[in-house]
Design a protein around this ligand. Structure first.
Ligand code: X8Z
Ligand code: ZN
Length: 656
């Protein structure tokens, strides 16, 4: 959590509890008369730094120990903080149109765009907004799907339901898990509808057209430009996605005869992932050349875990009761999660970055506690802007969680690098940068690297092994691209009113069809609220950042490979252990948000432009192979016509 991350979280659980008139009286230290803009920002930085640890502490507790009490305390401390923020924003108005240094102007702008949940000025509406936001996140966090009755009742939370999609290839089991999780979002619909009205009110009070425009204002360019920018990037990579889609569909159709596609679209419950954003779990179905050597990272991690667990059980040397066994299992899980994290740390250290501070190892949440509800969705935290960094995950021994650890440590190393900057500059160059750091490292986790850490066997050389390795990466990175785009296409439409509450679900599935080529296998009418089943919707986390990150990380990766003096094909490059690359990376991280991202980007890559060319360069062999595989197939899909009144009009069907 950086300042901007924090505001995001605060705006979820907290309260901007001030009206326009109360904004005038600052709750903090008195406002010095005749203060210059530069002095103002210096003071804001000091005050922010001083109050920050208390707010993050309350947030941390409410995320890792969900009770009504912890939520109340978090909300109250947020209220105090947001009151202060409102006061700063009011004070900043004194300097509008006045001379000031570019750095100060930048800091004032960062203060403004810091929240994703702009609060209405009317205190009653504000109170309503924060109550609703807390409720929605709570509904997601504690979401549980129960089947059967009485003694036969079987209740599962997200982690268990995801395991079904990950491991179980039975059509009906997967459908049940998918349906079950989506049922938890139904009650959010009314709250979300009201939430949208309230944040839009807040955005208008701040001078924006709607909340979406505020979100689009964080990219050092006019807010009208970021949409077309992402369209441009998507058009660069879409032919590659279309080929991958076609291949996956053919394989699914042969795995599930007659049920492997829905009018040319991929069935939502069969993609190995609740939201079809990452298809890595379908490796068993999609592996191009099973005889070209194994890349089964999940299998290797599980094996390590099980061997360790058995050893621990044997050491106990007594017959354990159920509780005793659960205790040992828990200890084994924790040990494994820490080992996986040490492995990720080792990569960063190999680049010359510091080891994680001792307090990280003491205070991070590695696995799901046995005795309480926690927010399992992975996150990285900067508790005090001076080295108290943490991650919060519910790590299991599988490939997805393993790479997510590398992702989260990317956030953590960004924090550590920019901690020396003034608090308002302690953020990513833009939010996409923050999401791209760890993922850049993930790209360098080549089969050779995985072999060197004992997770896969000796790798074969040659065409088949290369295609396997490319497919492994594509299932995570290419499959994600349209998903990374569609979420905010939906929310921007919701915020600007072009998607009405009566068509929330229809518009969601229309966008899923249009961008991802994915469809549910049964009608999902407006009695459902399927967007609410994705964390970032109830948590109100903007999502364009992840789309940008999935382009940026290839640009960063290419530059770091260049810096390392690497000369071979891009897809084989790992800069593990290369201090020159590490230094270059660190130099970018420690700039934080102190200058426009274009400048930061230029210093690393030589270019100021977002560009998907490195994505295409990386996947060139796979794209060629996919073309051959798909020959004779009629690839592409049509977006189904709206089922009933209420579906958004004006959308043309798209050929894939
Ligand atoms: O939310 C995350 C991270 C935390 S920033 C675990 N990600 C997105 C998601 O899970 O939907 C990483 C990839 C996309
Ligand atoms: Zn992240």
């Amino acid at each position: 959590m950086t300042y901007r991350h924090l505001l995001l979280a605060l705006s979820i659980a907290g309260a901007f509890a001030l009206s326009a008139c109360t904004r005038e009286s600052s709750p903090g230290p008195t406002v010095p008369k005749d203060e210059t803009a530069d002095q103002f920002i210096e003071r804001v930085n000091d005050e922010l730094m001083a109050m920050y640890p208390e707010i993050t502490a309350a947030q941390w507790i409410s995320n890792t120990y969900i009770t009504d009490d912890s939520k109340l305390i978090a909300a109250k401390s947020n209220e105090r903080f947001l009151t202060q923020l409102n006061s700063w924003l009011e004070q900043a108005k004194r300097f509008e149109g006045k001379e000031m240094s570019p750095q100060t102007a930048r800091a004032i702008n960062l203060l403004k765009i810091g929240t994703a949940m702009p609060p209405p000025k009317d205190p009653a509406k504000l109170a309503e907004l924060t109550r609703i936001a807390t409720e929605m996140e709570g509904t997601y966090g504690s979401g549980t799907y129960c089947k059967g009755e009485g003694d036969d009742e079987d209740c599962r939370q997200l982690g268990d339901l995801e395991d079904v999609l990950r491991n179980d290839r039975d059509y009906d089991d997967q459908l049940d898990a998918w349906r079950g999780w989506h049922s938890i979002a139904k009650p959010m619909r009314g709250n979300y509808t009201r939430f949208v009205e309230l944040v839009n009110q807040g955005a208008r009070d701040m001078g924006y057209a709607d909340a979406g425009e505020l979100w689009r204002s964080g990219y050092d360019m006019p807010p009208t430009q970021i949409g077309p920018e992402t369209d441009r990037l998507w058009n660069q990579v879409k032919p590659l996605y279309d080929q991958l889609h076609c291949y996956a569909r053919t394989r699914l159709e042969s795995k599930y005869p007659g049920e492997g596609s829905v009018d040319g679209l991929l069935p939502a419950h069969l993609m190995g992932n609740m939201w079809q954003q990452d298809w890595s779990n379908l490796w068993d179905v999609l592996e191009p050349y099973p005889d070209a050597g194994s890349l089964d990272v999940t299998g290797a991690l599980k094996k390590q875990y099980e061997a360790n667990l058995n050893e621990m059980l044997v050491k106990q040397n007594v017959m354990l009761d159920t509780d005793g066994r659960a205790e040992v299992v828990h200890a084994a899980q924790l040990e494994m999660a820490k080992k996986m994290t040490e492995r990720a740390q080792d990569f960063y250290v190999s680049l010359g970055m510091p080891e994680l501070p001792a307090n990280y190892w003491e205070k991070a949440q590695f696995i799901k506690p046995r005795d309480r509800d926690v927010v399992c969705h992975a996150s990285a935290w900067d508790m005090n802007m001076s080295g108290d960094v943490r991650t919060k995950m519910c790590i299991k021994p599988n490939e997805e969680d393993f790479t997510t650890i590398y992702h989260e440590l990317g956030h953590v190393y960004y924090y550590l690098a920019y901690n020396k900057l003034p608090p308002l500059f302690q953020a990513g160059a833009n939010d996409g940068f923050h999401e791209a750091i760890g993922d850049t490292i993930v790209l360098a986790m080549t089969p050779q690297y995985l072999h060197s850490i004992g997770l896969v066997g000796e790798q074969q050389q040659g065409h088949d092994a290369l295609i396997n390795s490319q497919m492994r990466m594509a299932l995570a990175k290419v499959a994600f691209l349209p998903f990374g785009l569609m979420i905010d296409r939906w929310r921007w439409g919701v915020f600007d009113g072009s998607i009405k509450p009566s068509e929330y679900n229809a518009a969601w599935w229309r966008l899923k069809a249009q961008y991802q080529g994915v469809a549910p296998v049964e009608p999902r009418g407006e009695e459902f609220f399927d967007p609410g089943a994705k964390y970032h919707v109830p948590a109100n986390t903007p999502y364009t950042r992840y789309f940008l990150a999935h382009i940026l990380q290839f640009q960063f990766y290419k530059s770091l490979c260049d810096a390392a003096g690497y000369k071979g094909p891009l897809y084989e490059c790992s800069f593990y252990g290369n201090k020159v690359a590490g230094q270059k990376f660190w130099a970018m991280l420690d700039k934080g948000a102190s200058q426009p991202w274009q400048q930061t980007m230029k210093e690393l890559t030589g270019s100021e432009k977002l560009d998907a060319a490195p994505v295409l360069e990386y996947f060139a062999p796979l794209q060629e192979w996919l073309k051959q595989q798909n020959e004779g197939q009629s690839c592409g899909w049509q977006v189904p016509a709206p089922q009933a009144a209420g579906a958004t009009a004006g959308e043309k069907p798209k050929g894939g």
